[in-house]
Design a protein around this ligand. Sequence first.
Ligand SMILES: *Cc1c(COP(=O)(O)O)cnc(C)c1O
Length: 445
Amino acid sequence: MHDFAPEDRRVLADLADWMAERRAEPTAARPCSGDELPEVGPDGVGIEATWAVLRDALLPSAFPTDHPRYLAFVGGSPAPAAIIADAALSAAAVYGGSELEAGAVVTAERAAMRWLCEVVGYPDSAHGTFVSGGSLANLSALVAARHGRVATDGRAPHVIVAGASAHSSVRSAAAIMGCEVVWAGSPDHPLDRADVADVLSTLDRRDVVAVVATAGATNTGAVDRLEEISELCQERGVWLHVDAAYGGAAMLASSHRKQFAGIERADSITIDPHKWLFTPFDCAAVLYLNPELALAAHRQRAAYLDVVNEADGDNPADYAAHLSRRARGVPVWASLVANGTAAHVDAVEQCLALAAHAVKEIDAAEHLELAGDPHLSVVLFHRVGWSREQYESWSAAARRGGFALVTPTLYGEHHVLRLCFVNPLTTTADIDLVLESLECDAPLS
Ligand SMILES: *Cc1c(COP(=O)(O)O)cnc(C)c1O
């Protein structure tokens, strides 16, 4: 079972070709009944039969996020360099929690983290780590914020102040931490200084874990007013966490950088490379202005860990709610060094240009109407005359047919369709196909 047999090697060779070729002809949502799967039993079916089921039945049943017409939620389109590094990480059995075990792999992760810190405008002393997702990044940052407050005041704060458009993971983090969320502002407007000041004026500062602002709201793409919010938080001595899980990549585009001014004053920041920075799932970064505070909150202690903690290495395990971990920064680093940072800027610009094309076409189409101002690479729009049921039945048919993944959402009280562009493999022709498919009335389901 543990030796690489000739059939394992044959499958590896096929895997390499398949990885490269599936991009040219992406399949999606191909029906697969559970009947095609071999049983889990005492005797195995061998790797060739197992790989055939994976390649031909299981994986094609997914709607892959790098499909050019996957425009729902926030997808992701990993670059080949990142995919190769990610596959190699698995094969090399690297434990990414500590430098003692991971060796210079940690140096590569640190280089990727340094680049992200430069992108946001953090000083050399800033640092962080890569975790499974924005949800864990947000939780880890908020736990670090609370730990710092307890250390200062000697009592545990229990209130997280979050903008109304904050991601659902903030509520979940609060629940895990036994905290309450006090919402500020309204979901249809970017959070501003007055919204946060209003809420803070009703609270004892010592009860406040942190203020959470969003840079690229998941539903609308809107960026909160970071400059004025960061000023306020600094004046009041309150930890500011900026959730830029989706939107952070837009900082690479000079046309959009201004909106993020002030982010460099945040105490912690979340950016998901698995969304718009071209790595495979899963990879999210949590960045800290003062990493010592995060280390104090998160470093685990045990007799068997003394050898790691006393080794004075850079231990990625120390900066989030995890211990064993995949060295998730390596795919980020591999794409940066293989392709160069300029290619990443271009790829992000390309997605923004796709969103601009969609806006132009929707504006020109009689059957479509923009909903609100578009932000970053998210475009919300109405199909004139459609009910919620029609949106849902059109969306379900497009998904089941493997044509497109585009899902409805709410904008204010209104049902709308939402497009999110994070895949430079999408073409303007793909967008036109999706918009044209909305011309005929969808049947009421
Ligand atoms: C996607 C998203 C998250 C959650 O990230 P996961 O990687 O899915 O855990 C958090 N915040 C924002 C703003 C997001 O867009």
